[in-house]
Every structure is written in C-alpha cells, then in structure tokens.
Design a protein. Structure first.
Length: 256
C-alpha cells in the first residue's frame, strides 16, 4: 500500500459520518446491546454509506492518535521478516495498515470489541488481503461490560482508568491463552496489557511485543515479566505522558 492510500485511510478513520454501519437502535436508546453475530469474520468488504464530512472537534483526538500509529509508534525496525501479527485493541485499524506496509506478506488478526470501532476498522482495511477481524475483547474477565472513552474511541476500555464513562456495552471475549500464535503482538487495551502478556507467555513466545501501558505499576510488572522471559526491553522516555498525578501512559517494546 502506498503513502497516498495510507493517508486516505488515516483521514477515513474517525469520521462518524463516513461509510460505517449505523449504531444499534438499542444502543442509541441507552439499552443493553447484545453482541452481533459478526464477532469472528474475515474482513472482506466495506459497508456503503454517506459521503465524507469535515471532522468535528470531538473526532480530532483520535485522528492525532491514528497519525502517531501510522508514523511507526509501535514499530521495531530491527524486525524485517514478520509473517504473522496480532493487533489487540485494533481500534480503527491504523496499526494493521502500518504493519502491512512494513511487512507486506504478513497475516494480521485484529481484535476490537466495540461495534462502532469495529465497523470503521472493517472499512479502513477492506482493501487488504490476509487481514481478519474479530469483534472480541482479549481478557480473562467473564462477561465484561465495555466503557466508552471520554475523549475518543481510543480510550474505550473494560477498566475505569480515569477517562472512561460508565459501563454500557457488553462484548464477547477470548482469553489470551486462546489466541492464535503470531510473531509480532501489538497491545493497546487501556489496562488489560499485563494479563494479556502473561497469558501469551504461558502459551508461546512471539518474536516481539509492542504495547502501551497505563500505570507505573503495570509498567514495572511488564518490564520484569518480559525481561525474565528473555526479551530485550526498550522504552522512549519522551513518549511517557503524565495524564494526572496518578495516571501515566507510555509505549514499551520487547523483542528476542
């Protein structure tokens, strides 16, 4: 995929009026929503819909996040021949687009539990072969209820990290130890990173992880866990953000 196509996909990402499936009437009415039957389907076609409209102020934060991912925020450039990728917390598909450009022959499994984000993910990667979408959360929690992020869809989470609304969206799940094996694992799940890494390492060892942590406690646990498993671990100090006194976010990369 060329840069022009990536740029177009980036700007398609968070426009709520673009070609996406409509929200459930139950969801709009504030009622519980049963997960739809497309939880585990290959991504093959984009739904039809309306023409593009300008971004609203509420959509700008996610556009900035998408831009960072497409610029290689999760990249480990020493890895030149990756054949399989897990994108856990795929959101709108930005990492899948980046990974396909970085490793043109790789197969990608994307996990995104939120219906609206999954619809946009499907639209953004519809032109790519070998990309499979799974509308599921990766967690050991039974019957979790997802929370919408306060600022953008990139903040959606099972957990309340300080920037989520009340739980409102029931989702299907898959346990970390049930995931298909892959060489590269990207994780951004707003708080489930520790349990996912622990579950994967108990089953197999990918070549690399790239993940976002959401507390200093998780950062320490992940670093110790990965180093004990034989991985080299790197972080970019300038990428660590202090959201508040007790809330911090950063990117960690590990490879072997």
């Amino acid at each position: 995929m060329n840069r022009k196509a990536l740029r177009a996909a980036r700007f398609a990402g968070e426009r709520s009026t673009m070609n996406i499936l409509p929200a459930s009437p139950d969801a709009e009415a504030g009622k519980p929503v049963e997960p739809r039957s497309d939880a585990e389907t290959p991504i093959t076609t984009a739904p039809s819909g309306e023409s593009e409209k300008p971004l609203t102020p509420e959509e700008v934060p996610t556009l900035g996040y998408i831009t960072q991912v497409l610029m290689g925020e999760y990249g480990i450039f020493e890895l030149v021949d990756i054949r399989s990728v897990l994108d856990i917390g795929a959101n709108l598909g930005a990492f899948a687009l980046w990974a396909r450009q970085m490793w043109p022959d790789c197969e990608i499994d994307c996990y995104e539990p939120m219906p609206d984000s999954f619809d946009r993910l499907r639209q953004n990667v519809a032109c790519l072969d070998g990309v499979r979408g799974h509308r599921m959360a990766v967690t050991n929690i039974v019957n979790p209820i997802m929370r919408h992020g306060v600022n953008c869809s990139g903040e959606d989470s099972i957990h309340d990290l300080g920037w989520q609304n009340e739980p409102s969206v029931p989702v299907r799940t898959i346990r970390p130890d049930q995931l298909p094996h892959a060489e590269f694992v990207k994780i951004d799940t707003e708080g489930c990173e520790v349990e996912i890494v622990l579950g994967i390492l108990g089953t197999w060892k990918p070549k690399a992880f790239a993940l976002e942590w959401h507390s200093y406690a998780d950062r320490i646990r992940l670093r110790v866990m990965l180093r004990n498993a034989g991985y080299k671990v790197a972080e970019i100090p300038s990428a660590i953000l202090s959201i508040s006194k007790n809330v911090h976010v950063g990117i960690m990369k590990a490879w072997r």
